[in-house]
Write a protein that binds this ligand. Structure first.
Ligand code: NAD
Length: 284
């Protein structure tokens, strides 16, 4: 057992709400913190929606379990009060470096000495933020995937200053909250998953945009030859075109050409993936 009992999640948007609900579902007392009461009202709606999703999709979930999860959640727009006695704060505020750094400066000033801070940042390294925390030994990244109840990896990555005992505690906590912990031994942009997925998806797009092979044939090759259930263009449709577009548009000249191709042929035509009913494939 880890020593974590009281958890606070900062930011209750797409990922923060999932992290808070999953932790509460696993039996932890969780305080959901957001900037004001309107944001907390939206969080409450998200939690109610997640309770329904868990009932429909999580094996073994029943009304009693989701009601218990909702009962384990409390709400606060007062940072000092929210983190009073917290063992672990998981931060999921927007992916803006200065906003994160300001948040950690405020948090470091009010959180008890014992509190561990974990950032869910997808693209920043924990060393971009560490000096704002005031507690370099008790700070690391804990990166969840969207749809946490089924994509249940938690990639855990410290800086050179993170205490090994703190790292181990967070690995243990990840397991206790129903995740499969993935320890990462050195800082790496993209963690494990995106270090693999981003180049893989880029290579697939190169084949289609260069008119070497049709998207469905690229997918077919990957599925049959590797036994994988999904091909890269099926991933595009699940992820949606905007995130890959933004990543490639910020890359080198070749990546920018691929981004332009994706924009012209898919995004500008409203083919954004499953969410819009059509991407590389059509959905009913
Ligand atoms: P989001 O925009 O859906 O939610 C952000 C939340 O933070 C909002 O509720 C907002 O009100 C709140 N917020 C804004 N300023 C705040 C502050 N100062 N203090 C506390 N809360 C504040 O964002 P998201 O998609 O949930 O992303 C949050 C973090 O999670 C980012 O670092 C992102 O990289 C990471 N992440 C996102 C995904 C994803 O698929 N969306 C996946 C993995 C990791």
């Amino acid at each position: 057992m880890s020593d974590i009992k009281k958890v606070v999640v900062l930011g209750t948007g797409v990922l923060g709400s999932q992290i808070a609900f999953q932790s509460a579902y696993a039996g932890f007392h969780v305080t959901a913190y957001d900037v004001d009461d309107a944001a907390l009202a939206r969080a409450e709606e998200r939690f109610a929606g997640l309770a329904k999703t868990y009932l429909a999709e999580v094996p073994g979930a029943d009304e009693a379990a989701t009601a218990a999860a909702l009962a384990n959640l409390s709400y606060s727009a007062d940072l000092a009060q929210a983190v009073d006695d917290a063992d672990l704060v998981i931060e999921a505020v927007p992916e803006i470096l200065e906003l994160k750094r300001t948040t950690y400066r405020k948090l470091g000033a009010v959180a008890p000495q014992k509190t561990i801070f974990a950032t869910n940042s997808s693209t920043l390294l924990p060393s971009d933020i560490v000096d704002a925390t005031g507690r370099p030994d008790r700070f690391l990244a804990m990166h969840f995937a969207n749809q946490i109840w089924r994509a249940n990896t938690a990639e855990i990555m410290g800086t050179t200053l993170t205490s090994p005992a703190v790292f181990d505690t967070v690995v243990q906590y990840a397991q206790e909250m129903g995740m499969v912990p993935i320890p990462i031994h050195k800082e790496k942009a993209g963690y494990v998953l995106n270090s693999l997925l981003v180049p893989f998806l880029g290579a697939a797009l190169e084949l289609a945009a260069g008119e070497y092979a049709a998207p469905e044939d690229v997918d077919k090759t990957w599925r049959i030859a590797t036994g994988s259930p999904l091909g890269p263009f099926q991933f595009y449709d699940i992820i949606g075109m905007n995130t890959p577009y933004n990543i490639m548009a910020g890359g080198d000249a070749d990546a920018q050409k691929l981004a332009a191709w994706l924009k012209k042929n898919y995004i500008d035509q409203g083919k954004l993936g499953i969410a819009s009913g059509e991407g590389f494939y059509k959905y009913s």
